[in-house]
Design a protein around this ligand. Structure first.
Ligand SMILES: [Zn+2]
Length: 334
């Protein structure tokens, strides 16, 4: 696919999901760990594709755990952050918003401040070389439960960092209820240091998950939100609040949320006037990157370069950044 020449923004991407097979091999070697058997074939991650949403999710989660399991130290975080940002900048990406996980840091053996320092180091290096901006969203994992989420929220709140501007939630959308996580969102919020919020909703779960996230967590930005396509009334409601769906086409197809491009609502959302932005989600695992997501929008959904530029403008307008950075990025688009 030809990567369109427009400037881009990656608005939904998990840091650990950017770790490439080459990076897994490099980090494993450095940490003296064997790469799990069968994880990488012909330079790509492989997992059992049984053609069902549940089976693929299981396989993907296993591959994700195996790949990120080679990470053991701060340097690993620095390297994957730099590697992702550099690759994205090379594809014309000027801004990324990246989910980071207190829980994953803990698995690697790093306290949140140490993990953040390592990530910031990778970011600063990439920024000097490319000019690309990024911000980070501290993300709780829904299926770890409300108490774990509250812990993540408090750690995030108590350790403010200028690059961490939002709070989010990933993981199994069918675990617990949205209301169970309201305390975490309340605890994370800080009008000055942590004003922004998003959550995965309407990916695996249906339209009600989107309404719950909107009404209970007071969101206007949603990870995926693609299942809103099943409910025209919801699309109208979401348009009214100027909702922002973070759309990740390759992810949705890899995990069988939709069977093919024709069934996917990207074009429908955009034409309905929703403020669509694009994301690569876990690019290394879905064999994509933000350049390819823009290419797919162009080639499979017939987006013109002007429409793609509109998507990037949507992203910068809705980015979790300060006004001065927003103005600087918007000036790049002018
Ligand atoms: Zn995601």
């Amino acid at each position: 696919m030809n990567i369109p020449p427009v400037l881009k923004a990656d608005m939904h991407v998990h840091l650990e999901g950017t770790i490439t097979p080459a990076m897994v091999e490099k980090i494993a070697r450095r940490n003296n760990i064997a790469v799990p058997a069968g994880l990488i074939r012909n330079g790509k991650f492989t997992w059992a594709d049984d053609g069902t949403a549940a089976g693929n999710l299981k396989g993907f989660v296993q591959a994700y755990d195996d790949a990120t399991g080679v990470m053991k130290c701060a340097e690993d975080y620095t390297d994957i952050t730099y590697d992702y940002l550099k690759r994205s900048a090379d594809e014309g990406c000027i801004y990324a918003e990246i989910f980071i996980s207190v829980d994953h840091g803990k698995m690697v053996g790093l306290a949140y401040p140490e993990m953040l320092a390592a990530i910031a180091k990778g970011y600063e290096k990439a920024k000097v070389e490319t000019g690309m901006e990024a911000r980070f969203i501290s993300t709780c994992v829904r299926h770890y439960g409300p108490e774990a989420a509250l812990r993540v929220a408090k750690i995030t709140h108590d350790n403010p960092h200028p690059l961490v501007t939002g709070f989010g939630m990933a993981g199994d959308e069918n675990a617990y209820t949205v209301a169970d996580f309201k305390p975490a969102y309340d605890a994370a919020f800080d009008a000055a240091a942590l004003p922004f919020r998003t959550a995965h909703a309407g990916e695996a779960a249906g339209p009600q998950s989107v309404r719950d996230a909107r009404d209970i967590l007071k969101l206007r930005r949603f990870g995926h939100m693609v299942r809103a396509v099943d409910d025209p009334a919801l699309i109208a409601e979401q348009k009214k609040i100027n909702a922002v769906p973070e759309v990740c086409v390759s992810s949705n197809l890899a995990l069988r949320a939709f069977k093919d491009y024709a069934a996917h609502p990207l074009r429908k959302f955009f034409d309905a006037g929703l403020k669509v932005v694009l994301g690569s989600d876990d690019p290394a695992f879905f064999n994509t990157g933000i350049g390819k997501e823009y290419a797919i929008a162009k080639e499979e959904f017939a987006f013109s370069d002007a429409e793609l530029s509109r998507i990037t403008r949507n992203a910068i307008e809705e980015a979790f950044i300060d006004d001065a950075t927003r103005a600087k990025l918007l000036a790049k688009l002018a």
